[in-house]
Every structure is written in C-alpha cells, then in structure tokens.
Design a binder for this molecule. Structure first.
Ligand code: F0G
Length: 460
C-alpha cells in the first residue's frame, strides 16, 4: 500500500479551485487549440503543468515580501539573499536574475559560439534553446538506464561518462563549450544524479579544460536523493551534500521557482573566473537590470532568501519527495506505467505504453495529457517528441528517446486526496486510450514551439 507522509506544515490560507464539466472541458481544450499552455487556469481543476513558480510560499516568505527593500541599488533584501546564497553555494559571484532562463541567457553566450557543442546529461528545453541561440549544438548524454522506465536504478539522471569521453574526443575538447549537469534531470523523469557521477563528470571536464555548468533548478531534491540512496551519505546534512555538489561546478544557473520555492526568481553563479564574472556583469545590466536586483523586485529577493533555506529543510524534502512517491505508488497499484522509481518533482507516465498505437510524430505523450484533461480537469504536459523542436537543419520532426507525460506536484499546494484523484483518473484514461489517435501541428514557432503551437486531433 502506498504510504503518505504527513506534511510538516499546516494550511493558513486557501485558494478556491473549481471542477468543470466534461462538456466545458471539451469546449475549453478546443478553444485552446489543444495546447495545454493555452488553457485558462480557471478551466483547470488540478494544475500539474509545472512545479515552477506554482509553489505555496510560507508565512516567513510572505513576511520577507512585506519587508522587501525596493531601493534601486544596494537593497537590504539583496544583502539578505547574498548572505544566504553565498553560505549555501560558496561561489565567488552570485547574481540574481528574473528566472532560470535569464541565468542561461546571461551565461551561455559567454561559453558557446557557432560550431561548438554543449553536452549535458539532458538539457532542459529552455537550456537547449539558449545553447542554440548561441549558435551551438545540443547533445544529450544521459545514462542508458533512463530509457528503461520500468526497472529500478537509484540514479537514472546520471551522465553516461563513457559516452561523454567519446563525444569530447569526437568533437575535440576545444569545441565543447561547456558540459551541463542538470540536477535533478527533469527531462529524464526528474531523476537524480549521484554525487559520484557529478565528481566523475567534473574530473572529465577539468581534464579537458571544459567548464562544468550545474543546472541547479532542483538541487535540494537531488541532494536529498543522494542522502537517501548513495552509499556513505546517510549521516550527512543536505547542506553538506549541496556544498559538495557545487564544489565540482565552475558555474551554475538556477531557476529559484522550483527548490527556491518562490513564484519568480533565479540565480547565476561563478565559482572563480574573473573573466566570466566580468562578462556576466556586463550582460546583466542591459538585459536584467542593475546588479543588486537583476530583474526582480526587492520583495522577490527577500522571499528567495527565505525560500532557499526552507527548500533545503530535510523534513520538507522528505514530505515533498514523499508526495511524488505516493502518487507514483498509487499509479503503479492501478496499473499506470510510470518512470520508476519516481523522481523529485513529478510523475512521468510512459505514454508509449499507454498509447502504443500512436507514433511519435503524432505525439502520444501530448495526447495522454489532453485525454487526462478531458477525463478529470487535470493539466500536465508533454516531455516527449512534441517538446522537441523540429531539426533546425532539416525541419524534420525529431523522435524523443522517451515519450513521457509529466504531472508535476507544486510544493506545499495539494493534499493526499488530490493525488488520489489524479491516480484514479489516470487509470480511467488507460481504459479509454484507444479512443485517441494523436495530434497534428497546425502552427508553430521555430524555437520552443510547444508553448504556443496550435494543434488539431489527427483523424485517419
Ligand atoms: N532548468 C531546468 C532543469 C528547468 O526545469 C527549468 C524550468 C529551467 C532550467 C528554466 O527555468 O522556467 O525559471 O526560466 N522548468 C520549468 C518546468 C518551466 O516546468 O520544468 P525558468
């Protein structure tokens, strides 16, 4: 039986949500051109589109919001954030920015140019967007274990270091602009990366003089998994493990909208590289604003300072990762195939197994999301072939390694009963999967098309 860990917080403020009728949902998804991002949130009952910026802030964070210092330069809230962030990450330079992709925008053009490649365990879609905008090519290099959604492995987000070495030889180290370690590995199912794998990857990067960039959106969850699953880490604090992780990186980009438990915000950090620091500073001012606010209000900086600390609290992490495991276990009990073991922030349903009759170019994972929305007003998103932009050279639809439908759990937001409802509706969709035939794209942007594309149901 799936076990639910009681939350280490109680509810102080609520936000009403409303269930819609089946007919209302048909109308809403049609009006949204079958794109989950085009649905109005008022037409969604349980919103699992993302765990990004959708988390519930604590009373302490709201108190910090009220005390935000909105000075243009040298704000007190900036000082609070820097004190906390330097203490956690121990990098020479840490810069607030408005969100994770802004951190990528500040850093990647300084590391990459045309003809270069960026190699990652898996680039998140905005990261791959910024690599490509810098003129470089994206290569993902996640361990083969990630592709087998049904068998247990403790660290499915690991970099395939054998393949990484081969790629470096093939392209030449001078053409590898950076190695990106995404923790946890969102695109492979929110799967963690082991400390040993981070160290091994860093050693390879150092040997070839290639900067290692940590994509730290879910660094605290990753540290929690290391503590739970990696030999010799059980008696260490989350903070000690986080320190060890970051000591291996040369720079990091971070969306604070996840483990930072804020609605908006991000960071970019450089361990020690005066040239890179100078480069980032010169980009921050025109793109994000003055260095001591970086695209954020003072109150946002204050909320992030508190959120970074709360996000590393072990009781909180046990409860949050426990919610994801609970939902995953309920799904498995009901026969819904998920990426196993469950990762940090979401369950990922193996859509190839639910909708085997739909080929990748008709987007089975997206189809499953539409089906679940119609069934229960639940919103998730495709992490499969639909999220991949067409090949920039040939325009061909690329095939993803995995066709996953992602249902995220916003932090401190939903209860056990909500999660039970989601698992049951997924099981209902399984019974009706043959009613769906997939989708065709009617209109799409060149980069990050899945946010705005218009689709229509495929009919033979
Ligand atoms: N890196 C990772 C691993 C992410 O998951 C995200 C965002 C980003 C970078 C970009 O950060 O949104 O603050 O600009 N992921 C969200 C998601 C959007 O739904 O997984 P951002």
């Amino acid at each position: 039986m799936a076990q639910y860990i009681p939350e280490p917080y109680r509810i102080k403020m609520v936000e009403p949500i409303r269930q819609t009728t089946y007919e209302e949902r048909i109308e809403a998804i049609r009006a949204a051109d079958y794109n989950m991002f085009s649905l109005a949130s008022s037409d969604v009952y349980i919103d699992m589109l993302t765990d990004s910026g959708t988390n519930a802030m604590s009373d302490q964070q709201w108190a910090a919001m009220m005390q935000g210092d909105e000075s243009y330069a040298g704000s007190r809230s900036y000082g609070q954030l820097m004190e906390v962030a330097h203490d956690i990450f121990n990098y020479e330079y840490i810069q607030p920015v408005h969100q994770g992709r802004a951190a990528e925008h500040m850093l990647f053009p300084l590391l990459l140019k045309k003809g270069m490649v960026s190699i990652s365990n898996y680039h998140f879609d905005t990261t791959s967007g910024h690599v490509q905008l810098s003129g470089a090519k994206v290569i993902n290099c996640v361990s083969a274990e990630a592709a087998d959604t049904q068998s247990y492995a403790p660290f499915k987000g690991n970099m395939d270091t054998g393949k990484l070495k081969k790629l470096i030889r093939e392209y030449g180290p001078e053409n590898v602009g950076c190695i990106v370690m995404t923790i946890t590995c969102n695109s492979a199912g929110g799967q963690p990366v082991s400390l040993a794998n981070i160290k091994e990857t860093a050693a390879i990067a150092r040997e070839h003089d290639i900067p290692l960039v940590i994509d730290a959106a879910r660094y605290a969850e990753n540290a929690f998994f290391i503590k739970e699953r990696e030999e010799g880490q059980q008696d260490r604090s989350i903070k000690e493990i986080v320190r060890d992780i970051f000591a291996e990186g040369d720079a990091f980009t971070m969306s604070a909208k996840k483990d930072g438990i804020v609605n908006i915000g991000g960071l970019v950090g450089v361990r020690e590289n005066p040239e890179l620091i100078k480069g980032i500073k010169s980009r921050v001012v025109p793109y994000e604003g003055f260095l001591t606010y970086g695209g954020l209000a003072g109150r946002d900086l204050g909320a992030m300072a508190v959120g970074l600390t709360e996000g590393m609290d072990e009781d909180f992490l046990r409860s949050y990762v426990g919610q994801t495991k609970y939902l995953g276990d309920r799904c498995r009990e009901l026969g819904v195939p998920i990426q196993y073991p469950t990762g940090g922030h979401a369950i990922f349903v193996d859509a190839r197994k639910v909708m085997p009759h739909i080929p990748y170019y008709r987007f089975p994972a997206h189809t499953l999301c539409v089906a679940l929305y119609l069934e229960g007003g639940i919103r998730g998103c495709d992490i499969g072939s639909f999220i991949l932009d067409p090949d920039p050279e040939t325009g061909e639809q690329l095939e993803a390694d995995l066709e996953l439908s992602r249902f995220c759990i916003p932090r401190r937001t939903y209860t056990q009963a909500h999660l039970d409802y989601v698992a049951e509706k997924l099981a209902d969709v399984m019974k009706r999967s043959e009613e769906f035939q997939g989708f065709e794209v009617l209109e799409q942007a060149k980069v990050l098309r899945h946010f705005t594309a218009k689709l229509k149901p495929y009919t033979a």
